[in-house]
Design a protein around this ligand. Sequence first.
Ligand SMILES: Nc1ncnc2c1ncn2[C@@H]1O[C@H](COP(=O)(O)OP(=O)(O)O)[C@@H](O)[C@H]1O
Ligand SMILES: [Mg+2]
Length: 261
Amino acid sequence: MDDGLALHHVGVRFGGLTALDDVSLRVPPGRVVGVIGPNGAGKTTLFNVVCGFLRPESGALTLDGRPLRPRPHRLTRLGIARTLQGTGLFAGLTVLENVMAGASHTARAGFLPALLGLPRSDRDEARLRGHALDVLDGLGIAEHADAAPGTLPFAVRQRVALARALAARPRLLLLDEPAGGLGADDIAELAELIRDLPRRDLDPCAVLLVEHHMDLVMAVCDELVVLDFGRVIAAGTPDEVRDDPAVTEAYLGADVEEPAT
Ligand SMILES: Nc1ncnc2c1ncn2[C@@H]1O[C@H](COP(=O)(O)OP(=O)(O)O)[C@@H](O)[C@H]1O
Ligand SMILES: [Mg+2]
């Protein structure tokens, strides 16, 4: 029952502004949980709390029922990986090297020392390389392994960033607005890929998806949490949330009211 990530009554304030107010949610293993809400609702703030970029003033986090105080540099060791808005790939490394860097904490000798020309274990590096190639293959982009990220279309670069996060073999993946900058076709493909993550044979992982884009969220999430002005105004399956008048008013209403230009 206590499996997975949970937020308990989390509150974050920025000066006089309440960015998160008494927010509770759960991301159990095997599930894709979405957090949606209009601009300014508190989605990125929530993401930053789970990543350890922000310390909540009230409430608590747990992982498998145990207290969790996330620190950005220790996330992968806890089995948590993330992508950020934008891809953040290293331009001077190949696609494969970028993905290997994501898994480097699993190598005994370490991949970064190897990059710097320090003594290394060839066997470790070969194992890491094989694993990174498997991850790229699983996302359908192994053909780009030797390419420089800058030469690839944005949708492929996004997938490389996802591969780098997955190379760490997380059991929980955090995604912040992965559909940003993608066209409709790419979003449909991304949806398929995310939906598969908890159910696949190779390193299945739960997903916490923070996303403004309704179509993606509705297509991939098992459960949704809707934020408005930092508060949870609805939670449930996509169908339940879609039919909730409070959501229509807060979220869809906000979209409809955007001024025509
Ligand atoms: N570092 C910060 N300092 C002050 N206010 C902030 C900061 N980060 C976010 N906010 C405010 O907190 C609220 C929630 O922001 P955010 O979490 O970015 O929302 P979302 O990602 O849903 O658009 C907004 O009103 C925003 O202006
Ligand atoms: Mg945001």
